[in-house]
Design a protein around this ligand. Structure first.
Ligand SMILES: [Zn+2]
Length: 259
């Protein structure tokens, strides 16, 4: 992956990002009761900052975010740990380039994972996944053991996302905004492909065209602007309870530099 790692963030910055991420993903159709989780690699690189169990994606506040070690044990925070925390720890251990992980059960991507369809390069969105998607099909069970977590990380390989057959998807990013953007974009890609399939024979772009589209379409400054937009959208949707207000967010941004 070529995403830049972004400016340095404190764990407090990252906890806020994880909380915003849940709300953005819920708004984007990734919610499934209290299931699904988002995490970030901590500032020191040695811990995981993760959504707790028992809350919906859009309910999590920065104060709810748990700090876990790479064995999945609690370091800080009081909420319940998701059984599938091993999904996150295994990916962080296997992929030093990954700074954030999203695991959700969005309808289009989950349906896609239950077929033999392959992702086609139908529009700009799909170009984000021009290197293809990984598939994990060893089991449809919850991923609760370190061995299962490692198997998902192995299936992910060096890809941006792994579709988990009969279950959902795991999407990575160098930063929380990148992981969220990729998760939202993947669901949109599959949705567009599902619509296109109902209209006629697919006419995907060539890999060469995808390579030409990519550099101007997928840039850190675009993702920064999208992230700010998505937070404004969450506020307008009334889903910002318990989050810093707009003035506070602006101060944090100025302090942290670009997102
Ligand atoms: Zn799951």
């Amino acid at each position: 992956m070529s995403d830049a790692s972004g400016s340095a963030r404190t764990d407090a910055d990252l906890a806020r990002e994880v909380a915003w991420a849940g709300r953005i993903l819920a708004m984007g159709g990734h919610g499934d009761y209290t299931l699904g989780h988002v995490s970030a690699r901590s500032a020191d690189g040695r811990h995981v900052l993760m959504k707790p169990n028992g809350l919906g994606l859009e309910e999590v506040t920065p104060g709810d975010i748990l700090t876990l070690d790479f064995a999945g044990a609690r370091v800080a925070g009081t909420g319940r740990i998701h059984l599938e925390a091993v999904l996150h720890t295994a990916v962080y251990m296997a992929r030093p380039d990954v700074g954030a992980v999203v695991h959700t059960h969005p309808p289009y991507t989950t349906a896609f994972g239950a077929t033999d369809a392959k992702l086609e390069l139908l529009n700009h969105d799909a170009v984000l996944f021009r290197d293809g998607l990984a598939t994990f099909d060893e089991t449809a069970e919850l991923i609760v053991s370190p061995e299962q977590g490692a198997a998902v990380a192995t299936a992910l390989g060096d890809k941006r996302a792994v579709v988990m057959r009969g279950h959902g998807v795991l999407v990575t990013g160098a930063t929380v905004p990148w992981a969220v953007y990729a998760a939202l974009t993947l669901e949109r890609v599959i949705r567009i492909q599902a619509i296109a399939c109902s209209l006629g024979a697919l006419r995907p772009m060539t890999p060469e065209m995808a390579d030409r589209v990519y550099p101007d379409k997928y840039r850190d400054d675009h993702v920064t602007a999208y992230w700010d937009y998505l937070i404004r959208q969450v506020r307008r949707a009334g889903l910002a309870d318990g989050m810093p207000d707009a003035a506070e967010t602006e101060r944090d941004r100025a302090h942290a530099g670009a997102v």
